[in-house]
Design a binder for this molecule. Structure first.
Ligand SMILES: Cc1ncc(COP(=O)(O)O)c(C=O)c1O
Ligand code: FES
Length: 399
């Protein structure tokens, strides 16, 4: 970004995405002319009802489900809470044990911790150095008291894709339900709930160019699950509250667009990402790439730069108009760096200097060039002033 071009270089698509014009266009009439309450009986409200049902079909088609198995809610966090608390509470007489992984999103981890405080027991599986869960570990962790396995489809920080189908098979071999948080995977990894043996799957619209505050939980027909939100009879009595009709309509259109050509989209994004990674590794010494070399989201690049601190990197990048993320957490008041980076075995110092760049439809090759121009300078400047930098370290040249 310079004085002539105030557009930021946005490389934080894992945090959220802009909304596609087609999505905004699909939503627009539901803010104005089709404002009826889908539950109302007069004909005027039928447009709203149809908007919701069209979206339900679009979501179902995108993941290989039946429309009746799609339940709209307020986003990925609610879907995760619903899946885990809902299954744990509904199946209490069968058991009180849940198996999950150490690198789940906090919407899963904090939900599991809450359940532990209510008397449930949770196994947090370790991951390997690339962030993969071993299906054999899932099998070993399952006991006759286990009611749910919850392992994310793809990790939001390091982009690692899990062997979801294998984990689903293991869970089902033992008669245990399988939930996956697919918030980061939808639109990037083809999802088929039948083939992958998934019973519950969390989705969030704002990660695939849809609206924020719109999400869904796929619940396989016949699954025993409690509701979290009680009240009216919306969502066939499973999730009360007047529907966010424009949000649901946008969510449906966005998932349809995001899953139309996953392979072609990934090819294009991965080409940019790979050039970015190569350029960074070539120009900044003492750098490592975190996550799986192959089984990773096409748009994700996660680095650790030794001797520097992630939040300082972000501040300097921000001063250059670059939006990115870090796994370090000073500003949030926690002195602990990312649980994901620690779980893949990074020493504390390296986990502190992490940077996540996630590409998407907002990016061009020029953006990659710009980051490749700015980042070595930023890291060089920080290493020069860092007390951690040894005198023998090679520091990128700073003007
Ligand atoms: C893997 C994962 N799960 C859940 C969430 C929460 O989704 P939402 O922001 O829609 O509540 C996120 C969002 O960052 C995520 O990346
Ligand atoms: S110094 Fe920032 S998270 Fe540790």
């Amino acid at each position: 970004m310079n004085d002539l071009d105030p557009r930021p270089v946005y490389m934080d698509h894992a945090a959220t995405t802009f909304m596609k014009p087609e999505v905004i266009a699909a939503m627009a009439p539901y803010f104005s002319e089709h404002f009826g309450n889908p539950s109302s009986l007069y004909r005027f409200a039928a447009e709203s009802r149809q908007g919701v049902e069209t979206a339900r079909r679009q979501v179902a088609a995108a993941i290989g489900a039946n429309p009746g198995e799609i339940n709209f809610c307020a986003g990925g966090s609610e879907a995760d809470n619903w899946a885990i608390k809902g299954v744990a509470l509904a199946n209490r007489e069968r058991g009180n044990h849940i198996v999950t992984s150490a690198i789940e999103h906090h919407a899963v981890l904090h939900t599991c911790e809450w359940l532990e405080r209510q008397g449930f027991s949770v196994t947090y599986l370790p991951v390997d150095e690339f962030g993969r869960v071993d299906p054999a570990d899932v099998e070993e962790a399952i006991t006759d008291r286990t009611t749910l396995v919850s392992v994310m489809a793809a990790n939001n920080e390091i982009g690692t894709i899990q062997p979801v189908a294998e984990i689903g098979r293991v869970a089902h071999d033992h008669g245990v339900l399988f939930h996956t948080d697919a918030v980061q995977a939808v639109g990037a990894v083809p999802i088929d709930v039948e083939r992958m043996e998934i019973d519950l799957l969390s989705l969030s619209g704002h990660k695939f160019y849809g609206p924020k505050g719109a999400g869904a939980l796929y619940i396989r027909e016949g699954t025993r699950i409690e509701s979290l939100i009680h009240g009216g009879g919306q969502e066939r009595g499973r999730r009360a509250g007047t529907e966010n009709v424009p949000g649901i309509v946008g969510f449906g259109r966005a998932i349809e667009l995001a899953t139309a050509d996953i392979e072609g989209h990934n090819r294009c994004i991965a080409a940019m990402r790979d050039r970015l990674v190569r350029g960074i590794l070539a120009s900044i010494p003492d750098t490592r790439v975190n996550g799986h070399p192959k089984e990773r989201l096409a748009n994700n690049a996660n680095f650790s730069f030794r001797y520097v601190e992630g939040e300082s990197i972000l501040l300097l990048l921000d001063a250059h108009g670059i939006c990115a993320s870090t796994g370090s957490a000073c500003s949030s008041g926690s002195s602990e760096p990312s649980h994901v980076l620690l779980a893949i075995g990074l020493p504390h110092e390296e986990a502190h200097g992490s940077l996540r760049l996630t590409l998407g439809d907002a990016n061009t090759e020029d953006d990659v060039d710009y980051v490749l121009e700015v980042l070595p300078e930023v890291i060089g400047r920080l290493r020069k002033i860092s007390p951690l930098t040894p005198s023998c370290a090679r520091i990128p040249e700073v003007d």
